[in-house]
Design a protein around this ligand. Structure first.
Ligand SMILES: Cc1cc2nc3c(=O)[nH]c(=O)nc-3n(C[C@H](O)[C@H](O)[C@H](O)COP(=O)(O)OP(=O)(O)OC[C@H]3O[C@@H](n4cnc5c(N)ncnc54)[C@H](O)[C@@H]3O)c2cc1C
Length: 469
């Protein structure tokens, strides 16, 4: 059982080409630069509301929009620490997947008896998302192009054989032409692409249009019950007293002590090319504009933008020692160089293409790879977090769950085991660093050993514990 070099290592480009491809790139999020976002005033005066939402990413924004659609008369206040959509929601790959469970294998392993329901709810959520894009007029470059999964190693071809349709080498290269692609599987319907930052600004526009009061630069420091049983949401400058609160703070330090060890940030790195010329585009095909991902444990994802750039991300998943979100983790030249090298290995015909943007973001990782839910403060505060890199679609579903939980009337969603049960926490530091880095190392070894998982990963699998991006 020796160590094999991966396809990306066997096809490694000349390092000078890698340096050249990155030479003019700036450390900035393309999507955020490419979205016009009106600013919103900070909260300066205390107020009352029916519902206060903490966090202005997709989860907070969908919660705001759906709360107003359910009950237009209620007063809704949204408090965002920085600017709406600046975090994961403005900088992700824009793959809007039907899966609520981080894929079928994970869902079936954890909730076998309700997986079919979860799959149906996921499809309904994606269809509902598409209907909302239309009905709310969300100008977010929605494209329901599906997902193309590609095998870049022989052992990955075997993993695809029982999937239908199975695309052989010639068929997969007819979709997207790379000498690395050995086989593929196309899910034509289960994934859509969006412009992530525009989705956030558009949801904000709709929320404000429905009467939601949005405040930026308003970090919430504390959430407490008042003597009258309501909930006081404090910022440094003012307090909002509310009947109900949604916590949509994702991977940032939780306002609930019980959730502090439930998620860890895992940094994911991304590159964006300049717009491709007609000839460059023709050299790779990709007429179907599908989302693209390879099947390695440490996988890459790629997609086209509306102006024919290629977004190329993934592979390295870096857990910062201490487990805190910090802007300094976003600049990691080794990860961006590795991504550029893997891009050029995949598309040698694009060796003249330059990257214009490089960035990173914190993945909201939980030990079950998908969000968990709960209430606190006597049922008046609801939270969801831990989408583990697959939250673009799932946050819309999660917003409905949170509003159901606060509504107090049982629904199909609130009856789900996936919603009722809490996953295991991560261990505290320094154990978290040791465990997560050992897992990462093991996943890298598995990619170098024809996909075979070592005893450490098998123990984690058996315990239902894991680490993924
Ligand atoms: C690089 C990258 C690529 C990804 N690619 C994909 C993809 O292709 N498909 C997919 O499905 N998912 C992807 N994801 C994951 C996806 O982006 C997230 O799951 C999703 O955006 C989570 O939304 P959210 O609203 O929960 O969190 P966020 O967008 O992180 O929003 C949380 C907000 O809460 C605010 N906040 C935190 N604490 C406070 C406080 N105390 N007071 C006030 N505000 C506070 C923060 O400032 C932030 O704006 C990716 C993530 C990253 C980082």
């Amino acid at each position: 059982m020796g160590s094999h070099r991966t396809a990306y290592e066997r096809h490694a480009p000349d390092p000078r080409l890698v340096e050249r491809s990155l030479a003019d790139s700036e450390q900035a999020v393309f999507w955020i630069e490419d979205a016009e976002a009106p600013r919103h005033p900070a909260l300066t005066a205390s107020a009352r509301s029916d519902l206060t939402i903490v966090g202005g990413g997709y989860l907070g924004l969908w919660s705001a929009v759906h709360a107003k659609r359910r009950d237009p008369g209620r007063r809704v206040v949204l408090l965002e620490a920085h600017t709406v959509g600046w975090a994961a929601s403005g900088r992700n790959g824009g793959f809007c997947d039907a899966s609520l469970t981080h894929g079928e294998d994970n869902g079936r392993a954890r909730w076998p008896e309700e997986y079919d329901t979860l799959a149906r709810l996921g499809t309904e959520n994606l269809d509902g998302f598409e209907a909302d894009v239309r009905e709310l007029g969300l100008d977010c470059q929605w494209e329901r192009t599906g997902m193309l999964s590609v095998a870049v190693e022989e052992h990955q071809v075997d993993w695809l054989r029982d999937r239908s349709p199975f695309l052989d080498r010639q068929q997969v290269r007819a979709e997207v032409d790379s000498p690395l692609f050995l086989a593929g599987h196309l899910d034509p319907d289960g994934c859509a692409l969006v412009h992530p930052a525009r989705l956030a600004t558009e949801l904000t526009r709709v929320a404000v249009g429905l009467g939601v009061e949005v405040h930026e630069h308003s970090p919430v420091t504390d959430v407490r019950r008042t003597s009258s049983g309501q909930v006081a949401v404090h910022t440094d400058r003012a307090t909002v007293v509310s009947d109900h609160v949604v916590l949509a703070t994702n991977v940032f330090g939780s306002l609930l002590r019980r959730n502090r060890l439930m998620t860890v940030p895992v940094y994911d790195y991304v590159l964006m090319t300049e717009p491709l010329s007609g000839a460059q585009l023709a050299s790779i095909g990709w007429a179907g504009r599908q989302g693209l991902g390879d099947l390695a444990h440490q996988f890459h994802y790629a997609r086209l933008s509306a102006d024919h750039r290629i977004l190329w991300g993934g592979y390295d998943a870096i857990y910062p020692t201490g487990g805190k979100v910090a802007v300094r983790h976003e600049d990691r030249p080794a990860s961006h160089r590795r991504l550029a090298a893997h891009f050029l290995a995949t598309f040698p015909q694009l060796e003249d293409v330059r990257f214009t943007h490089r960035w990173a973001g914190a993945i909201d990782t939980s030990t079950q790879f998908t969000a968990f839910y709960g209430t606190s403060h006597g049922g008046r505060v609801a939270h969801a977090t831990g989408f583990t890199g697959l939250g673009v679609g799932a946050t819309r579903f999660a917003a409905e769950v949170l509003l159901d939980l606060l509504g107090g009337v049982p629904t199909e969603r609130t009856g789900l085991r996936m919603v009722r049960e809490r996953p295991l926490p991560f261990p505290p530091e320094p154990l978290a660093s040791v465990g997560i880095n050992l897992t990462r190392w093991s996943l890298d070894r598995a990619d170098h050993r024809e996909g075979r998982r070592n005893p450490f990963l098998r123990v984690l699998d058996a315990a239902g514990l894991g680490f993924d991006s």
